[in-house]
Design a protein around this ligand. Sequence first.
Ligand SMILES: Nc1ncnc2c1ncn2[C@@H]1O[C@H](COP(=O)(O)OP(=O)(O)OP(=O)(O)O)[C@@H](O)[C@H]1O
Ligand SMILES: [Mg+2]
Length: 640
Amino acid sequence: MADKQKYKQSEGAGNRGRGRRIEKPQNAGKTLLRILSYLKHYKARLIIAAVCMVVTALATVGGTYFLKPALNDYIVPLIGQQNPDLSGFIRMLCIMAAFYLTGAAANFILQRMMITITNGTLRRIRIEMFTHMQDMPLRYFDSRTHGSIMSTYTNDTDTLREMIAQSVPQMINSVITVVSVFVMMLVLSWQMTIIVILWIVVMFLLLRLITGNSAKFFIRQQKELSVTNGYVEEMIEGAKVIKVFNHEPAVKKEFNELSGDLFHAASSANTFANILFPIMGNISYIVYAILAVVGAVLAIHGITDIGTIGAFLQYSRNFSQPITQMSQQVNSVMTALAGAERIFRLLDEPKEVDEGKVTLVRANISPDGTIMETPERTGRWAWKIPETDGSFRYEELRGDVRFKDVTFAYDPEKTVLHDISLYAKPGQKIAFVGSTGAGKTTITNLINRFYDVQEGEITYDGLNVKDIKKDDLRRSLGMVLQDTHLFTGTVEENIRYGRLDATHEDVVHAAKLANADFFIRHLPQGYGTVLTADGANLSQGQRQLLAIARAAVADPPVLILDEATSSIDTRTEALIEKGMDSLMQGRTVFVIAHRLSTVRNSNAIMVLEKGNIIERGDHNSLLEQKGRYYQLYTGMFELS
Ligand SMILES: Nc1ncnc2c1ncn2[C@@H]1O[C@H](COP(=O)(O)OP(=O)(O)OP(=O)(O)O)[C@@H](O)[C@H]1O
Ligand SMILES: [Mg+2]
């Protein structure tokens, strides 16, 4: 039974959670300015919104003032009259209604403006984040949980939306209201204003005392929430494994405990939010009563009048409300700024560096070897190499790949590849074999520059791969990755992912080559069958066949197959190999395989061990050496 504490301590769980955290932004001013730079696209709307904000606040404050003449001139004189003439009073009410209606109309326009401003800004930010993410190096995704990247898209954008749409406008409204109400109160009665100010000071100190303590309950609640959410997320991902090992009872128990902790934390936090704040509201009626009494005393002494008291009492309520709300708004703005900082941090992540200048173009190659660039599909390609004088030189793409003393490490402390040297001549088939973790996939990651070598160099047709534009380099390499990924869409679309302008015939041809055609035709809608998340409705082997077809449709000069046939039964594999032989014709191919039968007919086989090539040669010569390959092949050495 796993210890629940580990979920609370593990950074991963905390990050993956969807819970809100109350955090302090590191540089609030700078972040705020950066958010403002997004708002500048909505200048006109912002101006209208600002005007509406002022109108809304002032209309409400102004309308209330008419309570005074309404009471003094039209109610008090009528008290005790037989047939009171209410027309004046009704006129006053109409004026007040006009004020409040103006406020409501302005508020309506304000909200409409804010909807466009907020959603438009968020759309911009989301697109920017996603666009930037596409240009980021693979290392970024390898080095953090996907949950934490996701939460930037969900949590952080949501708090930002709340801030732009609600907290900031409310704060501005509060400030305008507080200032104008204060002025009106002074105008009405400075004596009663002093009482209100005293009350506010007492309330403020009291709130400080309470919220100062309650903050820690809120923080605990957010933390427990994110731990619980992280746990659920992890258990959804691990649903299969849980069932395999019958861990359901243990998982249920663990979740029970975690949600118990959340219950306690949330209860303490809610004690403050749901009980104390309303009670504060109730207590404030005491000051209301005090004001009424003081007002009455003042009125009796002729210092003030009934209308003033009526209007003042109303103002006193308008005054304290925004002040109590303000601390909440500041909190939510702070949380949003911290979230915005995470968004901007993602946007500031360095992009994948691509200093490559050499591009790949379609070519017409005449018998005498002259290369002409052409937009047509000729089946031939050439590297377009810029010269120092601004002209271009063309070099035919042949598929000659060489490693010269390549050393590489994902983390500086742990070297994964040591001094690897090898060459693949055009059209050769090079195989990598070796135990798990030996560095086979890593070698292919370097050819297409998912990662860059630290020492030594990799050349492609004599060009350093660093000089080739990444897009063009990858276009020339067909890859079947060790972990196949299929996208939501039809089978045909998934195969066409390899080359977007492929016709239906091209797709079917590629599928036949990969021997996928047969099973595809047996799917309910054939090539039109929609695949669900990552091809969950296919078998592992079928997914691999689709991945091979996808590489085949791209028709690349160099092919990299990482364990492409590992999940396919031996009979199908033999069939694919036949198809693959024609696919491999005239191409340089790198194959990685645990199953040695697949690599037997390679021109050269590299045996890797702990990042070193310990043996190399063709099948027969390696068998003659009676070394590790011989052991692997004859089953004397188990692949772990
Ligand atoms: N993204 C990464 N970050 C850090 N280390 C990594 C990363 N990918 C692989 N490694 C490490 O590099 C070493 C070689 O991994 P690699 O994936 O190349 O092995 P492999 O030979 O392909 O193994 P397998 O046969 O299991 O696919 C391993 O020790 C692994 O822990
Ligand atoms: Mg691998």
